[in-house]
Design a protein around this ligand. Sequence first.
Ligand code: ADP
Ligand code: MG
Length: 283
Amino acid sequence: MIEIRGLAKSYGDHQALHDVSLSIRPGEFVVVLGPSGAGKSTLLRCINRLIEPTAGDILVDGTSLSSNRRDLRLLRRNVAMIFQQHNLVKRLSVLKNVLVGRMADLSPILSSLQLFPEADVKIAMHCLEQVAMSHKARNRADALSGGEQQRVGIARALAQQPKFMLADEPVASLDPKTSRTVLNYLKKSCKESNIAVLCNLHQIDYALEFAERVVGLSAGRVVYDGAPAGVSGDVIRSIYPGLDDPNVLDAAQRLTERRRAAAEAEIALAATSVATTSVEGRA
Ligand SMILES: Nc1ncnc2c1ncn2[C@@H]1O[C@H](COP(=O)(O)OP(=O)(O)O)[C@@H](O)[C@H]1O
Ligand SMILES: [Mg+2]
């Protein structure tokens, strides 16, 4: 269990996060949804202490990750991060990039020589299989497409064998089809490994499609925390105060249409199964 308690962050006199508290179960896929400037990146960066929170605490399985050095090591082992720009080392092979995820467990001498134990190579290859990239293990990272690079970024984070995965707008620079593929792999592989995910997105559609739970962030405050099915027009308005934005209106409209289509499909399916049952019943 990951617990975020009373997290707050001020940049000078601007408070970017206000008293955020969340508990996340192992394997849960949580999307943090909010417009640009809502504080999504600040939240993730405070959790893994790329920046120091002004107040609050993070607990992994009851252990507080305060800022002393030993605890920071514990934090780095337990919490993996995926960035918008996957940050792969271009000239290294895909496999070596994923092995970077194992380095925290390796002696500095071995890691500086890039000598990786067979067991680590096995873990790295398994992680590449989880995102369907093992066939490109020997390719150079810069020979891959953007979507493939992001899948390798996911494999590298998986190789760390974390309890918690933070993804900051992992599909912001990808086209819609590739974005869905990447989000699918992220969700599936973290489910397989029982890793809790906090994934920042600004696109309402993707949030509703992939999230098991949506945390709506607006001006640094949690304004919604619940199932995607509960994201109504009012909830969208509270997350996106500038509702005049046509993108927001479009997404809300598509949401309503998709819900209607899904409900109709369900009714059609139920009708078919009733028909099949009665035909079978008669036979
Ligand atoms: N390093 C910083 N210094 C000052 N203000 C910052 C800094 N980083 C972010 N902010 C401000 O904090 C707010 C939240 O930013 P951010 O967490 O990047 O939001 P998001 O990721 O949702 O777009 C914004 O108003 C932003 O301008
Ligand atoms: Mg951001």
